[in-house]
Design a protein around this ligand. Structure first.
Ligand SMILES: [Zn+2]
Ligand SMILES: [Zn+2]
Length: 365
């Protein structure tokens, strides 16, 4: 049996459809029949060649969902249930985290484990079906698999996608307390899920800063109380707006999910004295920011926290959040359009132009 997959041969090269042999499964290995994968900002970075250590050619698509096609031997999900052919699954795209190195054990930062690999990003197509832009995905032994809860549709899971996992991690790093004012910089998939989860985590008010207008409207549906359009305001006006909404104090928590050095400079000024600033949007090197350490950090007693990647716990909590809050948070709406394998150059161009927050990939279309 052959499998069709979309391959990104090199940075800036056109994505092309290639035919792969279905792999011979080792004991504990499995094959996922893809329902949906996604095109996110990371895929645009991959296409631009902005991530280091990527073993092109790759099959992109890191967060992916579908049904169990086949498994060799008994396969269990992370909760311990035995999986059967046809079960609706999600899997954690990060694999081979070693659990033994300094990062994994002493520093307790498994997302910085040097052995860690990610489907669709750091796995080469020369090794097989390690990406979601493919009709089938090879789940190697040890990959963390979870059954999709009955209440969670494929569309809701993939609409949340990688951005939802990231935002679960952000919420953990942000340590939001009841009644906090949370500013989210960025109205992409990460910003929208962060707004939704900040609300569920007890924030008193959630302010999303971004553009364009239709994304801000969706951010409001997701849980933002106030939105500020960066296309219609200058930085001083945005800062004043946040101060006006916080009695002149600034926000308890600011989350950077914009990936811009200018956003970072702005966010520092929006946080209150003793507040927290979580940086999650700088997945690639976007250049230097300018700040006044005395004014923006030291005197302010500001707590700045980085947030890199996600862990198994974030994956599971994302599933629980989708199960519990899927009725009032429209995650499926983030996936604005669906593309087949032959349309992915178009999908990348659309994502690059920020026309839609996320494109879905249906490899059987
Ligand atoms: Zn490790
Ligand atoms: Zn992603």
């Amino acid at each position: 049996m052959s499998v069709l997959a979309a391959v990104m041969p090199a940075p800036r090269a056109k994505v092309e459809i290639r035919e792969f042999d279905e792999p011979d499964l080792p004991a504990g290995g499995a094959l996922l029949n893809t329902a949906f994968s996604e095109v996110c900002g990371t895929d645009v970075h991959l296409w631009h060649g902005r991530l280091s250590g990527v073993p092109y050619p790759i099959i992109p698509g890191h967060v992916t969902t579908g049904t169990l096609d086949k498994a060799r031997g008994e396969l269990r999900d992370v909760m311990g249930s035995v999986l059967r052919e046809g079960d609706r699954l999600a899997f954690f795209d990060v694999h081979r985290t070693c659990g033994r190195c300094l990062a994994c054990t002493v520093h307790r930062t498994p997302t910085r484990c040097p052995s860690r690999r990610v489907y669709g990003i750091t796995d080469s197509a020369t090794e097989g079906l390690f990406g979601g832009w493919s009709q089938k995905v090879y789940l190697e032994p040890g990959v963390i698999i979870a059954k999709l809860p009955d209440a969670v549709t494929f569309e809701a899971y993939i609409g949340g996608g990688c951005g939802l996992l990231t935002s679960v991690h952000i919420i953990e790093r942000a340590q939001i307390r009841l009644g906090d004012t949370v500013v989210v910089q960025g109205a992409g998939a990460v910003g929208m899920s962060t707004a939704a989860l900040a609300r569920k985590a007890g924030a008193g008010q959630v302010i999303v800063i971004g553009a364009p207008a239709d994304r801000l409207a969706l951010a409001q549906e997701m849980g933002a109380d106030h939105v500020i359009d960066i296309d219609r305001t200058v930085p001083e006006e945005r800062l004043q707006h946040v101060l006006d909404l916080t009695g002149g104090l600034g926000a308890d928590v600011v989350v950077e999910a914009a990936g811009s050095p200018r956003a970072f400079e702005e966010g520092l000024r929006m946080a209150r004295n003793g507040g927290a600033y979580v940086i999650a949007g700088h997945y690639t090197n976007t250049g230097d920011s300018t700040l006044n350490v005395h004014e923006h950090i030291n005197r302010k007693h500001l707590d700045i926290r980085g947030c890199w990647g996600s862990e198994v716990g974030h994956f599971l909590r994302a599933l629980r959040a989708l199960e519990r809050h899927g009725d009032d948070v429209p995650w499926a709406k983030i996936g604005a359009a669906t593309y087949g394998l032959g349309q992915l150059n178009e999908a990348l161009a659309t994502a690059e132009a920020l026309k839609i927050p996320k494109a879905l990939v249906d490899p059987w279309r």
